[in-house]
Design a protein around this ligand. Sequence first.
Ligand SMILES: [Zn+2]
Length: 257
Amino acid sequence: MAQINYDAWPGDHRCAVSLTYDDGNDSQLQVAAPAMEELGFRGTFYLSCGRDDWRERLEPYVLLHQRGHEVGNHTVGHTCSRNFQDGPATGGLEDMTLEDIEADVLEAERRLGELFPRQSRSFAYPCYMTYVGAGETRQSYVPIIARHFIAGRGYGEYGFSNSPHNCDLACLWSTPIEHMRGEQIVGLMDLNLRRGRWLILTMHHIGGARLGTARTEFEKMLDWLDRHSGEVWVAPVAEIAEYLRDEVQQAAGQREA
Ligand SMILES: [Zn+2]
């Protein structure tokens, strides 16, 4: 199976890894981005832009974007399940319609477009949640994301990554690596290499925080990627998704047709 997947990747690469960072914070700008750039890696930063000062908060990412990192769409409202909250009348995805969520992501796209001129941009589902409504009216908003974006990052089964041939680009699997030991992260990357797949890792803070990945463990991950850079393609989500759409999945569709 690995052989089939190895052949899917360009050049000497045998698999792919995307490093993704959510919600924006100083550790991404001051620790993650410089450490990646030192090794020639570029990542994807998913930013939501709902606060009044969104322009000031996102401004520091302009330089990152200019240096080749991807700035991805993470909605305006960052709305997740209302089940996070207590008490009555708390809004959440359960209270939204497909029209609501589409208007939100398009407004986020408009705002991001002001600071980060439109390249191909991917989307990350806030809290990995891909639905609106509840009970009998609950439905997936993956088709909306498929219509407007090259790719959407969701949540995957632990230990699995994305098949270059079979993954749904609009609902890619990712693995959060908060509070994970470097050895465990390296294990996931090694498994992904052996299977020839595309592993998407999700981080928030680098360092101590509720959703933190310790700096020592982050550096072990980068060290492994550096030592395997000949066979592991490290690139932003949109870049790999575009390659798979054009060179792997569409090509397979044309052969079948
Ligand atoms: Zn988020």
